[in-house]
Design a protein around this ligand. Structure first.
Ligand code: DQA
Length: 154
């Protein structure tokens, strides 16, 4: 069983209330249960974490490494666009991280077009709502299977 952690950053605890035309009407809890249901047939166990604080995302990434988590799905929310500290935390370990955004950040305000975290992540998935997280879990699962077949850690 591979262990993955899904981290959601600031204001994503407000899903359901927050700009529903952009982020949809599901709450974070409903989204997480949809993700669990949609990945139930995969050999993965999922944990969920949400915080509004930059440092807590970094603490959680480091804790995940020391807890031998196999991969991370991360929606850094607005930190995506300017947090070099989160970027450094991702780059600090060899844990695979997939960046997810509910909305298509490339179609929104220009400040959202930049992701300072994207190029230290395995992939970026955007604009697919909660299904983007499912896609990220599948991608991590396949990536790790492929790595194991190749007998390498890279
Ligand atoms: C977001 C996009 C970010 O630009 C924004 O700050 C968020 C959510 C998304 O999931 O679409 O909070 O990461």
């Amino acid at each position: 069983m591979k262990k993955f952690l899904i981290i959601n950053g600031p204001n994503l605890n407000m899903l359901g209330i927050r700009e529903p035309d952009i982020y949809g009407t599901l709450t974070l809890e409903q989204m997480n249960s949809n993700i669990l249901e949609a990945t139930a047939d995969l050999p993965v166990s999922l944990e969920f974490f949400q915080t509004n604080h930059e440092g807590s995302i970094i603490d959680e990434l480091q804790a995940a490494y020391f807890a031998d988590m196999d991969g991370i799905v991360l929606n850094p929310a607005a930190f995506t666009h300017y947090s070099y500290a989160i970027r450094d935390a991702i780059a600090a370990t060899d844990m695979p991280v997939v960046e997810v955004h509910l909305s298509d950040i490339s179609e929104r305000e220009s400040f959202r077009h930049v992701s300072v975290t994207e190029d230290v992540c395995l992939a970026q998935i955007k604009g697919k709502g909660w299904q983007g997280y499912v896609e990220a879990v599948k991608l991590l699962n396949e990536h790790l299977d492929q790595q194991r077949r190749q007998g390498s850690r890279n």
